[in-house]
Design a protein around this ligand. Structure first.
Ligand SMILES: NC(=O)c1ccc[n+]([C@@H]2O[C@H](COP(=O)([O-])OP(=O)(O)OC[C@H]3O[C@@H](n4cnc5c(N)ncnc54)[C@H](OP(=O)(O)O)[C@@H]3O)[C@@H](O)[C@H]2O)c1
Length: 315
């Protein structure tokens, strides 16, 4: 099969086309013919060798955690899927024509949602849903600031915070102001022209996507007893942030996205009903994977980007 391999950590050009054997499933897994692979910042961090998981990664490796596709083989212990089922979820290596997944990390794709949209929802959606509902435990009427509200995680977190009944402040640049309003943001803040701490005050919670100075400024506007969830794992245990938070009686949480099947199932239901929407800004062909990585590293994607692996016309 065709696959994109990295043989060493480095720049996007390390992502190279290769011809390799199809993977072999065990009794608890399924073989997926990949239609689309969602691209996440973590893919680029792994490719560059900067992610903590790199020390355990055997090279050459296929990157890509978000997958959508069609089941081609089913392990003997897998009872809830059959050959031909259209699915989405998490895998280890979706930048390839075939990928394997545990039946515990995939769900069926709603018929009215495209393979591209569902390929974009798993990692960002799980991160967003767990931040809003599990870590921040947002309740009706609470005031929450979502940083990078137009980004992959942010545009989904904004929708989950609105579903929970929160008043949402969201930051973006001017080009995304209308998108933030479409998402339901109550007060949009242009982070290039305005100081968010002068507009969003007395907050119950913040979802931080940046760390550093931006995290410190956010801690200062959270009410005592409030919470901040800090998504970039590279900022974990920042001593300045920990000291500020302790002084203000604010809880800081550095989460790790959990592959919860019940959350993926919820996304399928919400997407099917139209209650949740995933924005796919661009679909790259597999042979433009280098551009896809350069784009995710620009930190300026509105919604998500996806790589199309198989032609939908062949489905
Ligand atoms: N801990 C975990 O388990 C976990 C899981 C997933 C992601 N993450 C991390 O969460 C972070 C966000 O991920 P993502 O996929 O949402 O990233 P992303 O989609 O690449 O974020 C892009 C967005 O960031 C916005 N942005 C750039 N600079 C900003 C600033 N100074 N203030 C506010 N917004 C800014 C951009 O808005 P404009 O284009 O409008 O400028 C763009 O919409 C990343 O660091 C990622 O590694 C952590």
């Amino acid at each position: 099969m065709k696959a994109i391999l990295i043989k060493k950590f480095g720049q996007p050009e390390e992502l190279q086309f290769s011809e390799i054997q199809k993977p072999i499933i065990n009794d608890d897994q399924v073989l997926i013919r990949v239609i689309a692979a969602g691209i996440n910042p973590v893919d680029a961090k792994i490719r560059s060798g900067l992610h903590r998981s790199c020390k355990d990664l055997q090279l050459p490796a296929i990157l890509g955690k978000d997958v959508s596709g069609i089941i081609e083989k089913v392990g003997s212990n897998v009872l809830d899927f059959k050959i031909g089922d259209e699915i989405f979820g998490l895998t280890n290596g979706s930048y390839a024509e075939y990928a394997i997944a545990s039946a515990e990390t995939i769900v069926k794709k709603p018929a009215n949602i495209s393979f591209y949209e569902v390929a974009a929802v798993s990692v960002a959606g799980l991160t967003a849903y767990q931040a809003i509902n599990d870590q921040l435990q947002i309740k009706e009427g609470q005031k929450v600031l979502i940083q990078s509200a137009a980004g992959g995680v942010g545009h989904l977190a904004t929708q989950f915070a609105k579903l929970a009944g929160a008043f949402v402040y969201g930051t973006s640049s001017a080009k995304n102001a209308d998108f933030l309003l479409e998402l339901g943001v109550d007060t949009s803040i242009n982070y290039k022209a305005e100081k968010f701490e002068e507009i969003a005050t007395g907050l119950d919670a913040v979802m931080d996507t940046m760390g550093g100075e931006i995290l410190y400024r956010a801690i200062n506007i959270v009410k005592p007893g409030g919470k901040v969830v800090c998504l970039p794992s590279s900022t974990k245990d920042d001593p300045i942030a920990l000291k500020m938070a302790k002084e203000r009686n604010v809880e800081l949480i550095w989460p790790m996205m959990q592959p919860q099947k019940k959350h993926l199932q919820l996304f399928a239901t919400l997407l099917e009903k139209g209650t949740l929407k995933v924005k796919v800004e661009k679909v790259f062909p597999l042979n433009e994977i280098v551009s896809a990585h350069e784009t995710i590293e620009s930190h300026s994607v509105s919604g998500k980007i996806v790589v199309g692996v198989s032609e939908p016309a062949k489905i």
